[in-house]
Design a protein around this ligand. Structure first.
Ligand code: NAD
Length: 438
């Protein structure tokens, strides 16, 4: 009798669970940094390993149909504070990628020295498939919102106690935003159980929505000034992704006088050498759901963004987009990682050889989790911390993180990424030792 499944070649669970963790960037960087610190292989393995991983299946009733969604909850490390990390909805969620993103949160919270650990949720939602199943025509943002809100609501019902106990404190990530976080609050009725809540929801933090993009813009401006010696008013940047991170980074950079000369998203792109009018582009995206077709620019193919002649390239969409195939053609002098893990290890080595500075994700995009720290800490206060004060906290923590990272990079003659990971794992290791977790 054949042991092969009669139903399909691969079950959804098999699709999520791979037998071994593939070579990942965070793991390779942690191993490198751990050896540099003189840690044993066993200790490095403890630091790399997640504390808990769950693969789950949630049947959701959406618009009268039962849609089964699969996902992964990865709780990497809570030595320095509650597991913290966003909820991602995407078609390509996998177990090991979710683990890696959780690990990245551990490194990020440690790199900027805030008292959180690292966690992540990935829920497999294939919007193209949803359009097909429900007989809808893209781009229908109301329809996409129904899907994402329902997915997160059912997920919150399934694991809500983790949120209420502040064991794992979620936030937005790709495919989710403040609306979905409000649904988590509705479920838990606890303002400290989730961050990234929208204005008006108890415990919301002014500026949280803008915070990651604001932080990316701050890091870019500091890099232009300190390392590239280019005044903001003469600088040009290109941004891949025009969602939460990319669009706010673009707005704050344009406000500082930087020319944003190219932007792409999943559907296409737009470019203008003299600089795109970002307010007009935001209005276009609000109407059309994409940057494609923007009247104030020329069409740009997604891959072309990497070869634009700019000072800084900001990948702010998804992971693994700068690879050994396109790293050789990058003309920017620096890459600021707005997205998580946009540069592969091979590409990082190529960029380093070519003298292109990479500001790593764990520093560059940590503005959001810094704002989440304020939101979490003040969740019971009825008095709001004003946006400008919260932005000042982001500037202060990012400035310190950039300074200590640059100092270690210069001292040890390693890249900024290696320096930041080294600082982070030293902090996590110390906390684990102090708490006898290792
Ligand atoms: P989002 O869903 O709001 O926007 C993603 C954008 O990227 C959209 O414009 C989408 O069209 C585009 N995109 C997706 N895949 C693409 C591709 N292959 N090519 C070109 N464009 C593509 O997501 P976001 O919240 O802005 O997150 C973007 C990245 O930043 C992710 O890697 C996320 O993990 C990371 N990040 C987000 C936050 C946050 O606070 N939102 C914090 C830290 C890191």
């Amino acid at each position: 009798m054949s042991t092969k499944s009669a139903i399909s070649d691969h079950s959804p669970l098999e699709g999520l669970v791979c037998s071994r963790e593939p070579e990942t960037r965070s793991r390779a960087l942690m191993e490198r940094a751990g050896r540099h610190l003189g840690l044993s292989d066993a200790t490095i393995a403890e630091l790399v390993s997640p504390q808990e991983v769950r693969a789950f299946r949630i049947p959701c009733k959406i618009l009268g149909k039962v849609i089964v969604l699969w996902g992964v909850l990865a709780l990497h490390n809570n030595a320095r504070g509650p597991f913290k990390g966003g909820i991602r909805l995407a078609s390509d969620v996998s177990l090991w990628e979710t683990v890696e993103l959780a690990r990245l949160m551990t490194l990020k919270t440690a790199a900027v020295d805030i008292e959180f650990g690292g966690g992540k949720t990935g829920i497999r939602v294939d919007m193209a498939e949803m359009y097909r199943v429900f007989g809808r025509t893209p781009i229908d943002r109301d329809f996409e919102k129904i899907i994402s809100l329902d997915a997160v609501e059912y997920y919150a019902k399934a694991v809500g106690s983790l949120f209420s106990e502040h064991h794992y404190v979620p936030a937005p990530d790709m495919g989710t935003g403040p609306d979905e976080m409000a649904f988590i609050y509705n479920e838990t009725q606890d303002s400290a159980s989730v961050t990234g809540k929208p204005e008006g929801t108890p415990g919301w933090q002014p500026g949280r929505r803008e915070a990651t993009g604001f932080g990316v813009s701050y890091v870019t401006l500091r890099l232009l000034e300190d390392r590239l010696n280019v005044p903001a008013r003469r600088a040009a940047v290109a941004i891949q992704g025009f969602g939460n991170v990319g669009s706010y980074a673009a707005r704050y950079l344009a406000e500082a006088g930087v020319r944003v000369v190219g932007v792409t998203d999943s559907y296409g792109g737009t470019c203008r050498t003299a600089g795109l009018d970002i307010d007009a582009l935001v209005a276009h995206v609000e109407r059309e759901g994409t940057v494609r077709g923007f009247a104030g620019g020329d069409p740009l193919l997604n891959d072309q963004i990497f070869a634009l002649d700019v000072d800084v390239l900001i990948p702010a969409a998804t992971g693994h987009v700068i690879t050994d195939r396109n790293a050789g053609g990058i003309r920017a002098r620096a890459v600021v990682e707005g997205a998580n893990m946009p540069t592969t290890m091979e590409a990082m080595d190529i960029l380093t050889r070519r003298g292109i500075v990479v500001m790593p994700d764990i520093v560059a995009n940590s503005g959001g989790v810094i704002a989440s720290m304020e939101e979490y800490a003040r969740s019971l206060s009825a008095a709001k911390m004003p946006q400008e004060r919260m932005f000042q906290t982001i500037r202060d923590l990012l400035s310190t993180a950039m300074d200590v990272t640059a100092a270690r990079s210069d001292e040890l003659k390693v890249t900024l990424t290696e320096a930041a990971v080294g600082i982070a794992i030293e902090r996590v290791y110390d906390a684990m030792r102090g708490r006898r977790m290792i």
